[in-house]
Design a protein around this ligand. Structure first.
Ligand code: IDC
Length: 513
Protein backbone atom coordinates (compact mmCIF):
# COMPACT_ATOMS: atom_id res chain seq x y z
CA UNK A 1 0.00 0.00 0.00
CA UNK A 2 2.76 2.35 1.09
CA UNK A 3 4.74 1.62 -2.03
CA UNK A 4 1.78 2.31 -4.28
CA UNK A 5 0.90 5.58 -2.65
CA UNK A 6 4.52 6.70 -2.83
CA UNK A 7 4.50 5.90 -6.53
CA UNK A 8 1.40 7.94 -6.88
CA UNK A 9 3.06 10.83 -5.13
CA UNK A 10 6.01 10.41 -7.44
CA UNK A 11 3.67 10.60 -10.38
CA UNK A 12 2.01 13.75 -9.07
CA UNK A 13 5.40 15.20 -8.36
CA UNK A 14 6.51 14.46 -11.84
CA UNK A 15 3.46 16.20 -13.25
CA UNK A 16 4.31 19.20 -11.18
CA UNK A 17 7.98 19.25 -12.01
CA UNK A 18 8.01 17.92 -15.45
CA UNK A 19 4.67 18.50 -17.10
CA UNK A 20 1.97 16.09 -18.28
CA UNK A 21 2.08 12.38 -19.11
CA UNK A 22 3.50 11.20 -22.36
CA UNK A 23 4.36 7.67 -23.31
CA UNK A 24 7.88 6.51 -22.59
CA UNK A 25 10.40 7.31 -25.23
CA UNK A 26 8.20 9.98 -26.70
CA UNK A 27 10.28 13.04 -25.92
CA UNK A 28 11.40 14.67 -29.09
CA UNK A 29 14.42 16.15 -27.34
CA UNK A 30 15.58 12.93 -25.67
CA UNK A 31 17.50 11.01 -28.30
CA UNK A 32 18.74 7.45 -28.13
CA UNK A 33 22.29 7.57 -26.88
CA UNK A 34 21.86 10.83 -24.93
CA UNK A 35 23.62 10.39 -21.59
CA UNK A 36 20.36 10.84 -19.70
CA UNK A 37 18.23 8.79 -22.06
CA UNK A 38 18.40 5.68 -19.95
CA UNK A 39 17.37 7.42 -16.73
CA UNK A 40 14.61 9.40 -18.38
CA UNK A 41 13.22 6.29 -20.05
CA UNK A 42 13.32 4.22 -16.90
CA UNK A 43 11.84 6.91 -14.67
CA UNK A 44 9.12 7.47 -17.24
CA UNK A 45 8.32 3.77 -17.32
CA UNK A 46 8.05 3.78 -13.52
CA UNK A 47 5.61 6.64 -13.71
CA UNK A 48 7.92 9.07 -11.92
CA UNK A 49 8.78 11.15 -14.90
CA UNK A 50 6.67 12.95 -17.43
CA UNK A 51 7.19 15.60 -20.06
CA UNK A 52 5.66 18.77 -21.44
CA UNK A 53 2.53 18.88 -23.61
CA UNK A 54 4.60 19.79 -26.63
CA UNK A 55 6.35 16.43 -26.40
CA UNK A 56 9.58 17.78 -25.08
CA UNK A 57 11.40 17.06 -21.85
CA UNK A 58 13.67 20.13 -21.87
CA UNK A 59 16.58 18.27 -20.30
CA UNK A 60 18.87 21.29 -20.17
CA UNK A 61 16.49 23.64 -18.34
CA UNK A 62 17.50 24.66 -14.85
CA UNK A 63 15.57 23.35 -11.83
CA UNK A 64 14.42 25.91 -9.26
CA UNK A 65 14.56 25.40 -5.49
CA UNK A 66 10.76 25.19 -5.28
CA UNK A 67 10.54 22.60 -8.03
CA UNK A 68 13.30 20.45 -6.62
CA UNK A 69 12.03 20.51 -3.03
CA UNK A 70 8.49 19.74 -4.18
CA UNK A 71 9.50 16.63 -6.06
CA UNK A 72 11.80 15.44 -3.28
CA UNK A 73 9.07 16.01 -0.71
CA UNK A 74 6.61 13.96 -2.65
CA UNK A 75 9.08 11.20 -3.43
CA UNK A 76 9.72 10.98 0.33
CA UNK A 77 6.01 10.73 1.06
CA UNK A 78 5.92 13.99 3.01
CA UNK A 79 2.92 16.28 3.26
CA UNK A 80 3.01 19.97 2.43
CA UNK A 81 3.66 22.23 5.42
CA UNK A 82 1.87 25.46 6.22
CA UNK A 83 3.44 27.75 3.64
CA UNK A 84 3.93 31.38 4.54
CA UNK A 85 3.24 32.80 1.09
CA UNK A 86 0.78 32.11 -1.69
CA UNK A 87 3.55 30.67 -3.87
CA UNK A 88 2.69 27.20 -5.17
CA UNK A 89 5.91 25.73 -3.68
CA UNK A 90 5.60 27.40 -0.24
CA UNK A 91 4.12 24.32 1.44
CA UNK A 92 6.85 22.08 0.05
CA UNK A 93 9.64 24.40 1.09
CA UNK A 94 8.07 24.52 4.55
CA UNK A 95 7.92 20.73 4.64
CA UNK A 96 11.65 20.60 3.82
CA UNK A 97 12.40 23.18 6.53
CA UNK A 98 10.29 21.39 9.14
CA UNK A 99 12.18 18.18 8.52
CA UNK A 100 15.62 19.87 8.50
CA UNK A 101 16.27 18.74 4.93
CA UNK A 102 17.30 22.35 4.40
CA UNK A 103 17.94 25.28 6.71
CA UNK A 104 16.14 28.58 6.85
CA UNK A 105 18.97 30.61 5.32
CA UNK A 106 19.29 28.20 2.39
CA UNK A 107 15.74 28.82 1.23
CA UNK A 108 13.76 31.12 3.53
CA UNK A 109 10.02 30.44 3.76
CA UNK A 110 9.44 34.07 2.72
CA UNK A 111 9.94 32.96 -0.84
CA UNK A 112 12.81 35.04 -2.25
CA UNK A 113 14.66 31.96 -3.50
CA UNK A 114 11.76 29.67 -4.48
CA UNK A 115 12.11 30.39 -8.18
CA UNK A 116 15.89 30.71 -8.19
CA UNK A 117 18.02 27.79 -9.36
CA UNK A 118 18.83 25.44 -6.49
CA UNK A 119 22.57 24.96 -5.99
CA UNK A 120 23.91 21.47 -6.55
CA UNK A 121 25.23 21.20 -3.00
CA UNK A 122 21.84 22.16 -1.55
CA UNK A 123 19.90 19.90 -3.90
CA UNK A 124 22.05 16.96 -2.88
CA UNK A 125 21.65 17.79 0.79
CA UNK A 126 17.86 17.96 0.55
CA UNK A 127 17.71 14.76 -1.48
CA UNK A 128 19.99 12.80 0.83
CA UNK A 129 18.32 14.00 4.02
CA UNK A 130 14.92 13.13 2.59
CA UNK A 131 15.61 9.76 1.04
CA UNK A 132 18.89 8.44 2.42
CA UNK A 133 19.45 10.18 5.76
CA UNK A 134 21.80 7.50 7.05
CA UNK A 135 24.18 7.50 4.09
CA UNK A 136 27.70 8.50 5.11
CA UNK A 137 30.94 8.62 3.16
CA UNK A 138 34.48 8.26 4.40
CA UNK A 139 36.04 11.70 4.20
CA UNK A 140 39.33 10.63 2.68
CA UNK A 141 37.91 8.18 0.17
CA UNK A 142 35.04 10.30 -1.09
CA UNK A 143 36.65 13.74 -1.08
CA UNK A 144 39.33 12.40 -3.41
CA UNK A 145 36.68 11.76 -6.03
CA UNK A 146 35.78 15.45 -6.12
CA UNK A 147 38.29 17.59 -8.02
CA UNK A 148 36.78 20.84 -6.79
CA UNK A 149 36.20 19.65 -3.23
CA UNK A 150 37.75 22.86 -1.90
CA UNK A 151 34.77 24.81 -3.25
CA UNK A 152 32.33 22.80 -1.18
CA UNK A 153 31.01 24.53 1.93
CA UNK A 154 31.68 22.46 5.07
CA UNK A 155 28.00 22.27 5.97
CA UNK A 156 27.48 20.10 2.88
CA UNK A 157 30.32 17.65 3.52
CA UNK A 158 28.20 14.99 5.18
CA UNK A 159 25.45 14.85 2.57
CA UNK A 160 27.77 15.28 -0.42
CA UNK A 161 30.21 12.62 0.72
CA UNK A 162 27.28 10.37 1.59
CA UNK A 163 25.88 10.89 -1.91
CA UNK A 164 29.18 9.97 -3.54
CA UNK A 165 29.58 6.92 -1.29
CA UNK A 166 26.04 5.76 -2.07
CA UNK A 167 26.61 6.27 -5.78
CA UNK A 168 23.88 8.92 -6.01
CA UNK A 169 26.46 11.23 -7.54
CA UNK A 170 29.09 9.86 -9.78
CA UNK A 171 30.61 13.13 -10.95
CA UNK A 172 31.18 14.35 -14.46
CA UNK A 173 34.17 13.21 -16.52
CA UNK A 174 36.28 16.10 -15.23
CA UNK A 175 35.63 14.91 -11.67
CA UNK A 176 34.08 18.20 -10.59
CA UNK A 177 30.93 18.58 -8.52
CA UNK A 178 30.41 22.33 -9.05
CA UNK A 179 28.74 22.72 -5.66
CA UNK A 180 27.49 26.24 -6.37
CA UNK A 181 26.41 25.51 -9.93
CA UNK A 182 22.83 24.78 -10.90
CA UNK A 183 21.19 21.52 -11.82
CA UNK A 184 19.50 20.72 -15.10
CA UNK A 185 16.28 18.75 -15.34
CA UNK A 186 18.19 15.82 -16.76
CA UNK A 187 20.62 15.85 -13.88
CA UNK A 188 17.87 16.25 -11.28
CA UNK A 189 16.06 13.32 -12.83
CA UNK A 190 19.16 11.16 -12.66
CA UNK A 191 20.10 11.83 -9.06
CA UNK A 192 16.55 11.51 -7.77
CA UNK A 193 16.20 8.25 -9.63
CA UNK A 194 19.47 6.94 -8.19
CA UNK A 195 18.50 7.92 -4.65
CA UNK A 196 15.06 6.33 -5.02
CA UNK A 197 16.72 3.13 -6.22
CA UNK A 198 19.03 3.11 -3.23
CA UNK A 199 16.05 3.25 -0.90
CA UNK A 200 15.02 -0.09 -2.34
CA UNK A 201 11.41 0.89 -1.92
CA UNK A 202 11.92 1.35 1.81
CA UNK A 203 11.76 5.06 2.44
CA UNK A 204 12.76 6.54 5.77
CA UNK A 205 9.72 7.16 7.96
CA UNK A 206 8.51 10.70 7.53
CA UNK A 207 9.75 12.61 10.57
CA UNK A 208 7.04 13.15 13.08
CA UNK A 209 7.21 16.91 13.38
CA UNK A 210 5.68 18.17 16.58
CA UNK A 211 2.79 20.28 15.39
CA UNK A 212 3.18 22.45 18.44
CA UNK A 213 5.12 22.27 21.66
CA UNK A 214 4.79 18.98 23.49
CA UNK A 215 2.77 19.81 26.58
CA UNK A 216 4.69 18.47 29.52
CA UNK A 217 3.94 18.20 33.18
CA UNK A 218 6.61 19.26 35.65
CA UNK A 219 6.27 18.51 39.32
CA UNK A 220 8.02 16.08 41.60
CA UNK A 221 7.93 12.38 42.22
CA UNK A 222 4.91 12.42 44.55
CA UNK A 223 2.89 13.93 41.69
CA UNK A 224 4.30 11.88 38.80
CA UNK A 225 5.15 8.54 40.37
CA UNK A 226 6.96 5.87 38.39
CA UNK A 227 8.19 7.22 35.08
CA UNK A 228 7.75 5.31 31.85
CA UNK A 229 8.87 5.72 28.26
CA UNK A 230 6.08 5.81 25.67
CA UNK A 231 7.31 6.01 22.11
CA UNK A 232 10.18 8.46 22.35
CA UNK A 233 8.62 10.44 25.22
CA UNK A 234 9.28 10.28 28.91
CA UNK A 235 5.91 10.07 30.67
CA UNK A 236 4.66 9.92 34.22
CA UNK A 237 2.85 7.02 35.82
CA UNK A 238 -0.46 8.18 34.30
CA UNK A 239 1.10 8.22 30.84
CA UNK A 240 1.26 12.03 30.51
CA UNK A 241 4.42 13.56 28.97
CA UNK A 242 6.69 14.80 31.70
CA UNK A 243 9.83 16.96 31.63
CA UNK A 244 12.54 16.90 34.27
CA UNK A 245 14.84 19.88 34.67
CA UNK A 246 17.65 20.21 37.13
CA UNK A 247 21.32 20.19 38.00
CA UNK A 248 24.15 17.74 37.85
CA UNK A 249 26.67 17.78 40.64
CA UNK A 250 30.35 18.17 39.79
CA UNK A 251 32.57 15.23 40.82
CA UNK A 252 31.56 13.91 44.25
CA UNK A 253 35.24 13.41 45.10
CA UNK A 254 35.93 17.12 44.60
CA UNK A 255 32.71 19.03 45.22
CA UNK A 256 30.79 16.61 47.40
CA UNK A 257 29.59 19.44 49.63
CA UNK A 258 27.34 20.62 46.78
CA UNK A 259 25.70 17.19 46.61
CA UNK A 260 24.46 17.19 50.21
CA UNK A 261 21.12 17.97 51.84
CA UNK A 262 21.29 21.75 51.89
CA UNK A 263 22.52 22.02 48.28
CA UNK A 264 19.76 19.71 47.08
CA UNK A 265 17.18 21.68 49.04
CA UNK A 266 18.47 24.94 47.56
CA UNK A 267 18.22 23.58 44.04
CA UNK A 268 14.65 22.42 44.63
CA UNK A 269 13.81 25.86 46.00
CA UNK A 270 14.65 27.32 42.58
CA UNK A 271 12.18 24.93 40.94
CA UNK A 272 14.26 21.96 39.82
CA UNK A 273 12.69 18.50 39.88
CA UNK A 274 15.83 16.59 38.87
CA UNK A 275 19.17 16.06 40.54
CA UNK A 276 22.09 14.18 38.97
CA UNK A 277 24.69 12.62 41.19
CA UNK A 278 27.92 12.51 39.17
CA UNK A 279 30.03 9.73 40.61
CA UNK A 280 33.29 9.75 38.64
CA UNK A 281 34.73 6.29 38.21
CA UNK A 282 38.29 7.36 37.26
CA UNK A 283 39.99 10.55 38.47
CA UNK A 284 40.30 9.26 42.02
CA UNK A 285 36.58 8.49 42.06
CA UNK A 286 34.70 5.22 42.65
CA UNK A 287 37.32 2.86 41.29
CA UNK A 288 39.90 4.24 43.72
CA UNK A 289 37.64 4.68 46.75
CA UNK A 290 34.49 2.64 46.23
CA UNK A 291 33.12 2.67 49.75
CA UNK A 292 33.58 6.39 50.32
CA UNK A 293 32.10 7.31 46.94
CA UNK A 294 29.16 4.96 47.31
CA UNK A 295 28.38 6.42 50.70
CA UNK A 296 28.54 9.93 49.30
CA UNK A 297 26.31 8.98 46.36
CA UNK A 298 23.73 7.35 48.63
CA UNK A 299 23.62 10.42 50.88
CA UNK A 300 23.01 12.57 47.85
CA UNK A 301 20.35 10.28 46.36
CA UNK A 302 18.53 10.12 49.68
CA UNK A 303 18.67 13.92 50.00
CA UNK A 304 17.08 14.28 46.56
CA UNK A 305 14.38 11.72 47.36
CA UNK A 306 13.61 13.61 50.56
CA UNK A 307 13.03 16.72 48.43
CA UNK A 308 10.60 14.86 46.12
CA UNK A 309 13.07 15.10 43.23
CA UNK A 310 13.91 12.58 40.57
CA UNK A 311 17.54 11.62 40.90
CA UNK A 312 20.05 10.21 38.44
CA UNK A 313 22.84 7.93 39.64
CA UNK A 314 25.56 8.70 37.11
CA UNK A 315 28.43 6.23 36.55
CA UNK A 316 30.65 9.07 35.39
CA UNK A 317 33.16 7.43 33.09
CA UNK A 318 35.41 10.00 31.45
CA UNK A 319 39.18 9.35 31.44
CA UNK A 320 38.37 5.62 31.55
CA UNK A 321 36.87 6.00 28.05
CA UNK A 322 35.59 2.48 27.38
CA UNK A 323 32.81 1.35 29.75
CA UNK A 324 33.73 -2.28 29.10
CA UNK A 325 36.97 -1.78 31.03
CA UNK A 326 35.01 -1.83 34.27
CA UNK A 327 31.82 -3.64 33.37
CA UNK A 328 32.06 -6.00 36.35
CA UNK A 329 32.32 -3.12 38.81
CA UNK A 330 29.40 -1.40 37.08
CA UNK A 331 27.23 -4.54 37.22
CA UNK A 332 27.92 -4.97 40.91
CA UNK A 333 27.35 -1.29 41.72
CA UNK A 334 24.11 -0.95 39.79
CA UNK A 335 22.80 -4.27 41.01
CA UNK A 336 23.29 -3.04 44.56
CA UNK A 337 21.73 0.35 43.85
CA UNK A 338 18.75 -1.11 42.00
CA UNK A 339 18.08 -3.49 44.87
CA UNK A 340 18.44 -0.73 47.41
CA UNK A 341 16.08 1.61 45.51
CA UNK A 342 13.75 -0.95 43.98
CA UNK A 343 10.71 0.69 45.55
CA UNK A 344 11.76 4.25 44.81
CA UNK A 345 10.21 5.77 41.68
CA UNK A 346 12.60 8.73 41.95
CA UNK A 347 15.72 6.84 40.98
CA UNK A 348 17.07 6.90 37.40
CA UNK A 349 20.13 4.89 36.41
CA UNK A 350 22.71 6.44 34.07
CA UNK A 351 25.08 3.64 33.30
CA UNK A 352 27.88 5.31 31.33
CA UNK A 353 28.30 9.07 31.35
CA UNK A 354 30.46 9.51 28.27
CA UNK A 355 32.12 6.65 26.42
CA UNK A 356 35.02 8.03 24.42
CA UNK A 357 38.40 7.10 23.01
CA UNK A 358 38.07 3.91 21.03
CA UNK A 359 34.79 2.78 22.58
CA UNK A 360 32.44 1.77 19.76
CA UNK A 361 28.69 1.30 19.98
CA UNK A 362 28.37 -2.20 18.58
CA UNK A 363 31.55 -3.65 19.99
CA UNK A 364 31.72 -2.11 23.45
CA UNK A 365 28.91 0.18 24.52
CA UNK A 366 25.87 -1.85 23.56
CA UNK A 367 27.22 -5.09 25.04
CA UNK A 368 28.16 -3.19 28.19
CA UNK A 369 24.71 -1.64 28.37
CA UNK A 370 23.03 -5.02 27.89
CA UNK A 371 24.89 -6.44 30.85
CA UNK A 372 24.27 -3.51 33.16
CA UNK A 373 20.61 -3.17 32.13
CA UNK A 374 20.16 -6.84 32.94
CA UNK A 375 21.73 -6.33 36.37
CA UNK A 376 19.40 -3.41 37.10
CA UNK A 377 16.29 -5.14 35.76
CA UNK A 378 16.67 -7.96 38.25
CA UNK A 379 15.48 -5.45 40.84
CA UNK A 380 14.07 -2.29 39.29
CA UNK A 381 11.83 -1.18 36.46
CA UNK A 382 13.20 2.39 36.70
CA UNK A 383 14.36 4.51 33.78
CA UNK A 384 17.85 3.63 32.50
CA UNK A 385 19.93 6.17 30.58
CA UNK A 386 22.48 4.91 28.07
CA UNK A 387 25.40 6.90 26.65
CA UNK A 388 27.08 6.54 23.29
CA UNK A 389 30.46 7.11 21.68
CA UNK A 390 32.07 10.55 21.22
CA UNK A 391 31.14 11.67 24.74
CA UNK A 392 27.50 10.67 24.32
CA UNK A 393 26.86 12.40 21.05
CA UNK A 394 26.47 9.41 18.74
CA UNK A 395 22.77 8.70 19.23
CA UNK A 396 22.57 8.30 15.44
CA UNK A 397 24.64 5.14 15.82
CA UNK A 398 22.56 3.90 18.74
CA UNK A 399 19.35 4.30 16.75
CA UNK A 400 20.64 1.90 14.12
CA UNK A 401 21.14 -0.80 16.70
CA UNK A 402 19.23 0.00 19.90
CA UNK A 403 18.87 -2.24 22.93
CA UNK A 404 15.78 -4.30 23.53
CA UNK A 405 13.83 -3.53 26.64
CA UNK A 406 11.53 -1.05 28.29
CA UNK A 407 12.12 2.32 29.89
CA UNK A 408 15.48 2.76 28.20
CA UNK A 409 16.55 6.21 27.04
CA UNK A 410 19.63 7.44 25.24
CA UNK A 411 21.64 10.39 26.46
CA UNK A 412 22.95 13.23 24.37
CA UNK A 413 25.37 15.71 25.93
CA UNK A 414 25.98 19.16 24.54
CA UNK A 415 27.85 22.32 25.45
CA UNK A 416 26.32 25.48 24.03
CA UNK A 417 29.69 27.04 23.12
CA UNK A 418 30.75 23.98 21.12
CA UNK A 419 27.70 22.15 19.84
CA UNK A 420 24.75 23.52 17.89
CA UNK A 421 22.41 22.71 15.10
CA UNK A 422 24.30 19.62 13.95
CA UNK A 423 23.43 17.87 17.19
CA UNK A 424 19.91 19.25 17.29
CA UNK A 425 19.29 17.88 13.82
CA UNK A 426 20.62 14.58 15.04
CA UNK A 427 18.10 14.60 17.87
CA UNK A 428 15.26 15.19 15.42
CA UNK A 429 16.52 12.40 13.21
CA UNK A 430 16.54 9.86 16.02
CA UNK A 431 13.27 11.07 17.56
CA UNK A 432 11.66 10.53 14.17
CA UNK A 433 12.80 6.95 14.40
CA UNK A 434 11.38 6.59 17.88
CA UNK A 435 14.56 6.76 19.97
CA UNK A 436 13.90 8.33 23.40
CA UNK A 437 16.46 11.04 24.17
CA UNK A 438 17.49 12.46 27.55
CA UNK A 439 19.96 15.34 27.98
CA UNK A 440 21.59 14.14 31.18
CA UNK A 441 24.36 16.72 30.90
CA UNK A 442 24.77 20.04 29.13
CA UNK A 443 26.56 23.30 29.81
CA UNK A 444 26.36 26.96 28.84
CA UNK A 445 30.15 26.86 28.38
CA UNK A 446 32.39 25.25 25.80
CA UNK A 447 32.85 21.49 26.05
CA UNK A 448 35.90 21.95 28.26
CA UNK A 449 33.66 23.41 30.96
CA UNK A 450 35.02 26.92 30.39
CA UNK A 451 34.71 29.85 27.96
CA UNK A 452 31.64 31.94 27.26
CA UNK A 453 29.06 31.97 28.66
CA UNK A 454 27.01 31.22 25.58
CA UNK A 455 23.58 32.25 26.73
CA UNK A 456 22.05 32.92 23.33
CA UNK A 457 23.08 29.50 22.07
CA UNK A 458 21.96 27.89 25.32
CA UNK A 459 18.59 29.59 24.92
CA UNK A 460 18.17 28.15 21.44
CA UNK A 461 18.96 24.74 22.83
CA UNK A 462 16.51 24.95 25.71
CA UNK A 463 13.71 26.23 23.47
CA UNK A 464 14.37 23.33 21.13
CA UNK A 465 14.28 20.83 24.00
CA UNK A 466 11.18 22.34 25.53
CA UNK A 467 9.29 22.11 22.26
CA UNK A 468 10.10 18.43 22.11
CA UNK A 469 9.43 17.67 25.76
CA UNK A 470 13.01 16.57 26.41
CA UNK A 471 14.39 16.48 29.94
CA UNK A 472 17.77 17.88 30.99
CA UNK A 473 20.35 18.28 33.73
CA UNK A 474 22.87 21.12 33.67
CA UNK A 475 26.61 20.85 34.41
CA UNK A 476 27.36 21.71 37.17
CA UNK A 477 26.31 22.54 40.70
CA UNK A 478 29.55 23.81 42.27
CA UNK A 479 31.50 26.99 42.90
CA UNK A 480 34.57 26.10 40.83
CA UNK A 481 36.10 29.01 38.97
CA UNK A 482 34.91 27.85 35.54
CA UNK A 483 32.03 29.27 33.51
CA UNK A 484 29.95 26.09 33.57
CA UNK A 485 29.71 26.27 37.37
CA UNK A 486 26.34 27.51 38.62
CA UNK A 487 27.64 29.19 41.79
CA UNK A 488 30.05 32.04 42.27
CA UNK A 489 33.42 31.00 43.71
CA UNK A 490 33.28 30.89 47.50
CA UNK A 491 29.52 30.30 47.77
CA UNK A 492 28.93 28.11 50.82
CA UNK A 493 26.97 24.88 50.48
CA UNK A 494 25.67 25.17 54.02
CA UNK A 495 23.05 27.90 53.71
CA UNK A 496 20.22 28.89 51.37
CA UNK A 497 21.23 30.67 48.16
CA UNK A 498 19.92 33.88 46.70
CA UNK A 499 20.19 35.04 43.10
CA UNK A 500 23.37 36.92 44.01
CA UNK A 501 25.11 33.60 44.76
CA UNK A 502 24.52 32.38 41.24
CA UNK A 503 27.06 32.72 38.44
CA UNK A 504 25.98 33.95 35.01
CA UNK A 505 25.40 30.35 34.08
CA UNK A 506 23.53 29.64 37.31
CA UNK A 507 21.20 32.62 36.88
CA UNK A 508 20.33 31.56 33.37
CA UNK A 509 19.86 27.88 34.13
CA UNK A 510 18.00 28.26 37.43
CA UNK A 511 15.73 30.70 35.63
CA UNK A 512 14.77 27.95 33.21
CA UNK A 513 13.68 25.32 35.70
C1 IDC B 1 34.81 18.76 33.65
C2 IDC B 1 34.79 19.75 34.79
C3 IDC B 1 36.18 20.21 35.13
C4 IDC B 1 37.03 18.99 35.40
C5 IDC B 1 36.98 18.04 34.20
C6 IDC B 1 37.79 16.78 34.40
O1 IDC B 1 33.97 20.83 34.43
O2 IDC B 1 36.16 21.06 36.27
O3 IDC B 1 38.36 19.40 35.63
O4 IDC B 1 35.64 17.68 33.96
O5 IDC B 1 37.20 15.96 35.33
C7 IDC B 1 31.92 16.50 30.17
C8 IDC B 1 32.09 15.61 31.34
C9 IDC B 1 32.36 16.41 32.58
C10 IDC B 1 33.24 17.61 32.29
C11 IDC B 1 32.46 18.53 31.38
C12 IDC B 1 33.18 19.84 31.05
O6 IDC B 1 31.01 14.74 31.53
O7 IDC B 1 32.99 15.56 33.53
O8 IDC B 1 33.52 18.28 33.49
N1 IDC B 1 32.15 17.80 30.15
O9 IDC B 1 34.39 19.60 30.40
N2 IDC B 1 31.56 16.12 28.96
C13 IDC B 1 31.59 17.19 28.15
C14 IDC B 1 31.96 18.28 28.89
Amino acid sequence: MKRISRKLWGLLAAILLLGVPLPAGAFSDVKPGDWYENAVTEMTAQGYLLGYPDGRFRPENTVSAGEFLAIVGRCAGAQEGAGQTGHWAAGWVQAALDRSWIDWDECPPTGALFDKPISRQLAVKALMRALLPDARGDYNTESQKIADFSELNGRYYETTLGAYAAGVIIGDPSGTFRPLGSLTRAEACIIIQRALKKTDGVLPPAPDIPSGPVETIQGGASENGWLQVKGAQLCNEQGKPVALHGMSTHGLQWYGQFAGKQAVKNTTAFGANLFRVAMYTGENGYLSQPEAMKKKAIESIDAAIAQDMYVIIDWHILSDGNPMSHVKEAEAFFSEMARRYQDRPEVIYEICNEPNGGAAWGKDIKPYAQRVVKAIRQHSKGIILIGSSTWSQDIHLAVQDPLEGENLMYTLHFYAGTHGKELRDRIDQVLAKGLPVFISEWGVSRADGSGGVFLKEAGEWLDFLQKRGISWANWSLCDKDETSAALKPGTPATRAWTASDLSESGKFVFGRF
